[in-house]
Design a protein around this ligand. Structure first.
Ligand code: SF4
Length: 361
């Protein structure tokens, strides 16, 4: 059982973050914000996939105008991502953004930050202090950049400088992120920050890369922190469709037992003992389960699909529903008891039928 770090709690629209609230899932749109139609369409797909908070890039006054329209057409809270121009933050707040993300590396003047704080306070919305290695580490002398310790302290110091400024202006509706493209410095920075303050933390490995590599980096970085009880909301950054970010975030949270998103499928890797097309069966079952998950989002089932009698019956018995294959057929289990023998060709249909009718205790 993971013991979560105790933090303050903030609210982003209707979503609570920190102090025992479920670790929430965030993503970011990847189309021009000013193109309201495409932005809303992408957010709707994210909502359907299970995204709970969405961020949009705000780089022009026209983007802040778009916030008013987008906000009315979506259900989840909307975060305005601001860099360089504090006036865009003021306009985004006036347009109804549910949260502002500021990058300490890109908006540095105290009077500008103070103006945003004042507006956020008046609107009753939180601000994320979103430190990013790309905008703080580049300010280090070149020979320092490669030293991990310097990268980590650059991230932490940039955040702490901002935190002090916010506290000086009596603003504590804060959430912090310290993202590096390097997994180790990301983990170290969050660990260091978690010891220095009790603000909730938004986890992520920035610029994690293309789909496969990005999933690995994010799973290690975000997973390592969550296992230590650090982290209150997550975003998996991938150079891919943002829906993939949400799917990956759900998988990370499920894998460490932080949240459940429908049935959990376990299957063996297969070896020379396997006598059925287990990869094909598992692929088809996973596809079917993703649509079952939409209908039964909270059904916390474990389903085991195993290739032979070596570990198969044991795993199948321990799962809620399981199948252990032999030659062309498999033994179907429910709650540890044998139900019947089923042909491999009908296994997917039989499993789906059982999953959809299974009564959770
Ligand atoms: S369950 Fe059987 S088929 Fe699957 S990996 Fe283990 S020994 Fe191989």
């Amino acid at each position: 059982m993971i013991k979560r770090r105790k933090t303050r709690q903030i609210r982003v629209g209707g979503v609570r973050i920190g102090r025992g609230a479920p670790v929430s899932i965030q993503s970011m749109t990847k189309v021009e914000t000013v193109d309201v139609g495409r932005t809303v369409a992408q957010i709707k797909r994210l909502e359907d996939a299970g995204c709970e908070i969405v961020r949009i890039a705000v780089k022009t006054p026209a983007d802040t105008d778009a916030i008013r329209v987008i906000r009315k057409r979506i259900k989840i809270p909307l975060v305005a991502d601001i860099h360089f121009y504090y006036r865009l933050a003021l306009r985004a707040i006036a347009a109804g953004a549910d949260k502002i993300r500021l990058n300490p590396g890109n908006i540095r003047k105290e009077e500008e930050v103070a103006a945003v704080i004042k507006a956020a306070k008046k609107a009753g919305i939180p601000i994320r202090i979103g430190v990013n290695s790309g905008s703080v580490v580049t300010r280090l002398p070149c020979h320092h950049v490669t030293r991990l310790q310097d990268r980590t302290s650059a991230l932490v110091n940039a955040a702490l400088r901002y935190v002090k400024l916010f506290e000086k202006h009596d603003f504590r509706d804060i959430i912090i992120s310290l993202k590096s493209s390097d997994v180790v410095s990301t983990v170290e920075a969050y660990e260091a920050m978690s010891e220095r303050c009790d603000y909730p933390l938004h986890l992520g490995v920035t610029a994690a890369g293309p789909y496969d590599a990005g999933i690995v980096k994010s799973s290690i970085g975000i997973g390592a922190l969550l296992l230590k009880g650090i982290g209150d909301t997550i975003r998996v950054s991938l150079t891919a469709d943002p829906v993939e970010e949400v799917v990956a975030a759900k998988r990370i949270l499920s894998a460490i037992g932080a949240r459940r998103f429908g049935p959990d499928l376990i299957s063996c890797p297969t070896c020379g003992r396997c006598q059925v097309d287990l990869a094909g069966i598992v692929r088809e079952l996973a596809q079917k389960l993703s649509s079952v998950n939409r209908q039964l989002p909270t059904k916390p089932l474990t389903i085991a699909v195993m290739g032979c009698e070596v570990n198969g019956p044991g795993e199948a018995r321990e799962a809620d529903i399981g199948v252990a294959f032999g030659r062309d057929s498999g033994m179907l289990f429910e709650r540890g008891k044998i139900l019947r023998k089923i042909p491999a060709s009908k296994a997917v249909g039989e499993l789906v039928k059982l999953i959809t009718t299974y009564e959770v205790d």
